[in-house]
Design a protein around this ligand. Structure first.
Ligand SMILES: O=C(O)CCC(=O)C(=O)O
Length: 382
């Protein structure tokens, strides 16, 4: 049995049993391994089969050691620049805090080990049931940051991971060569403090569309510089991305607790990058374990899922996402590909077809860095 050292009070034994069972289920799914391609350069069919069957896949050893070191250093720098308290302008050393000068939303706060979204109207009420909130230590801070949106403007290392050629080839294999961006985020699950993310499905626009299918709301890559475990990782109800809009309240009522049956944790070693379908029923528990989890989320859509679609209002203002908006938002991908190539010149940079077709090229310089500020106001949220 895996070592699942957690503290869920009176529920600890039940949670340990649930996590051990989920871990065994995860390891038997056949949805993990390195990113591999056929001789013709197509993504290996077995990867696509397992992703579409289960709703997620763990790509092993995607990050270089330098990616891991750089992302950890950036996360430390970001944490050192948190405002002294939620809403404050300055950090503890008197500098403008991370994100304080931005117009777009970036830092999201919770009480330690809390569930800030469950059972609230946050994000259009898509987290219908509050998770159990374990007791944090008496010396824990009053509030912690659990999520950062627009994260690529705060971390060049995360930007460089976003431009990873193999990941972008996977995005093209799943969403088409003209794939479009969604948004990026950091989820920060500090040991003994990290908040839960209540069970939910992403996606707000296409559930009732006549052409809805298992890929309509895209996917997130989830880079794991620290790795992730059953105790601190994201859980996915296996295959739920195929079943349409779930009645999560009813599922939890039927289960009698937030321990949803049929779910499996995404388990990664440092350097793995998971992919998770946004339509799955997914969520994570408060991190009472001793292990860090920091996820670098990077989302992508099919172009037809966003083109001329009226959406937003969740991560940004409501708008119609016309071709010019998609091209503008995709400039971040251009910066990422160049920034990665400059750091890792031995890698063949990814050729993003919409940029090649339009003759667009992107320098990674001070003007580009300045242009990253508030880039997430134009996320393509659906
Ligand atoms: O990483 C987590 O705990 C939550 C991630 C999530 O809910 C999402 O990416 O939609």
């Amino acid at each position: 049995m895996p070592d699942i050292t957690i503290d869920y009070g009176a529920r600890t034994g039940d949670m340990q049993a649930y996590m051990a069972e989920g871990e065994a289920r995860a390891m038997a799914l056949g949805n993990r391994g390195p990113i591999t391609f056929t001789d013709d350069g197509a993504l290996s069919p077995g990867i696509l089969e397992a992703y579409w069957r289960t709703g997620f896949y763990v790509f092993e050893n995607v990050m270089r050691d330098e990616d891991i070191v750089d992302i950890k250093a950036d996360v430390d720098a970001i944490r050192s620049r948190y405002p002294v308290r939620k809403g404050a302008f300055l950090d503890a050393t008197g500098r403008p805090a991370i994100g304080a000068e931005c117009a777009a939303p970036n830092l999201y706060w919770s009480k330690p080990l809390g569930d800030p979204a469950g059972g609230t109207s946050f994000a259009k009420g898509r987290h219908p049931v509050k998770m159990f909130e374990p007791e944090a230590a008496t010396d824990a801070p009053d509030e912690i940051v659990y999520m950062i949106l627009g994260s690529l403007q705060f971390s060049e290392a995360c930007l460089r991971l976003y431009g990873h050629p193999q990941l972008l080839a996977v995005a093209a294999a799943i969403n088409g060569e003209d794939f479009a961006p969604f948004n990026e985020a950091l989820f920060i699950k500090e040991p003994g403090l990290g908040a839960s993310v209540a069970w939910h499905q992403d996606g707000t626009t296409h559930w009732d569309a006549p052409d809805w299918d298992q890929g309509s709301h895209g996917f997130n890559f989830m880079g794991q510089p620290y790795g992730c475990t059953a105790a601190n990782g994201l859980w996915v109800v296996v295959g739920s991305h195929k079943l349409g809009k779930a009645d999560i309240k009813a599922l939890i009522a039927e289960a009698g607790s937030e321990r949803l049956p049929g779910a499996a944790p995404i388990i990664c070693k440092p350097g793995d990058v998971a992919i998770s379908n946004r339509q799955t029923v997914h969520g994570s528990f408060a991190n009472t374990s001793k292990d860090w989890r920091v996820t670098a989320n990077m989302g992508f859509h099919r172009r037809r899922s966003v083109l001329d679609v009226e959406a937003g209002g969740l991560h940004n203002a409501a708008a119609v996402y016309d071709a010019a908006r998609i091209e503008r938002r995709a400039r971040i991908l251009g910066y990422a590909i160049t920034a990665r190539h400059e750091r890792f010149p031995d890698e063949q940079p990814y050729a993003y077809k919409p940029h090649i077709d339009a003759g667009l090229s992107y320098a990674w310089d001070d003007a580009a860095r300045a242009d990253m500020k508030d880039y997430n106001l134009e996320d393509l949220s659906i």
